[in-house]
Design a protein around this ligand. Structure first.
Ligand SMILES: O=C1O[C@H](COP(=O)(O)O)[C@@H](O)[C@H](O)[C@H]1O
Length: 256
């Protein structure tokens, strides 16, 4: 049975500080248990919020990290639409400049050679995931960091899209994303729902109705409401504007 914990913070800096502590703890526990930390990042507004303090957190052993993307746009890595590019500028670059780089072989980007063929890019991404995690079961990430769109999408899983029913592939192509760019690859629900920890990060009044419909109403029309790992925990890191429509009983004081 999946557990949910919802935290609301007064400011963006407070969310980022809490995420830095939360990820440091998740990373420390995973490394103590298995010698590595497997994490998947979303794009959009999330990397800046997550990495603001994380990149300088001395408690994190970044050399043991294996970094994947929850979804990626089929664009060149240097394109401003690239989700890799956001994590590169908010975390990977600053870490490298500080002499704490995540080894390049442990940063699993979309293959730039395959961006014009999303099916091949997804198959290649899944094969590289399989090299690390093995099979046949879907990988169980230590932590997946998810955003939500104003339509309730998460990863590149959009409302009403057939990919919500995908149960075989770990990574799937999408060529009709309603949010540009249309061509992307995305983790599927069987992978998302095997993670030990999932952290949703959402800020701003524009997301408050969505947050209420997902967290309290569990509105099945919204892809993010399908994130419910049977043996993992879903955490919500919200600012007060995004949490505004939630009842006081839903949120709890942040603690690790
Ligand atoms: O297109 C995408 O959008 C979502 C939400 O982005 P945000 O800017 O509203 O936070 C993001 O989680 C996803 O990774 C991205 O590809």
């Amino acid at each position: 049975m999946s557990q949910t914990k919802v935290f609301s913070f007064a400011s963006g800096d407070d969310i980022s500080r809490a995420l830095s502590e939360f990820i440091a703890q998740a990373s420390g526990e995973a490394i103590a248990r298995s010698g590595r930390f497997t994490v998947a990042f979303s794009g959009g507004s999330l990397p800046a919020t997550v990495c603001r303090f994380l990149k300088d957190n001395p408690a994190v052993d970044f050399a043991k990290w294996h970094v994947f993307w929850a979804d990626e746009r089929c664009v060149p890595l240097a394109d401003s639409e690239s989700n890799f590019g956001l994590v590169e500028s908010e975390l990977l670059g600053p870490l490298a400049r500080a002499g704490r780089a995540i080894p390049d072989g442990q940063v699993v980007r979309i293959s730039e050679a395959l961006i014009h063929n999303s099916a091949a890019a997804a198959a290649d991404y899944q094969a590289r995931m399989e090299q690390l995690f093995g099979g046949p079961l879907p990988p169980a990430f230590d932590c997946i960091l998810l955003g939500i769109g104003p339509d309730g999408h998460t990863c590149s899983l959009f409302p009403g899209h057939p990919l919500l029913e995908e149960r075989a592939a770990w990574v799937a192509p999408i060529d009709d994303s309603p949010k540009p760019p249309p061509s992307r690859i995305t983790l599927t629900l069987p992978v998302v729902n095997r993670a030990a920890r999932i952290a949703f990060v959402a800020s701003g009044a524009g997301k408050r109705d969505m947050v209420r419909r997902i967290v309290e109403a569990r509105d099945a029309a919204l892809p993010a409401a399908h994130v419910a790992p049977p043996s993992g925990t879903v955490y919500w890191f919200l600012d007060s504007a995004a949490a505004q429509d939630l009842s006081a009983a839903t949120t709890s004081r942040f603690s690790l």
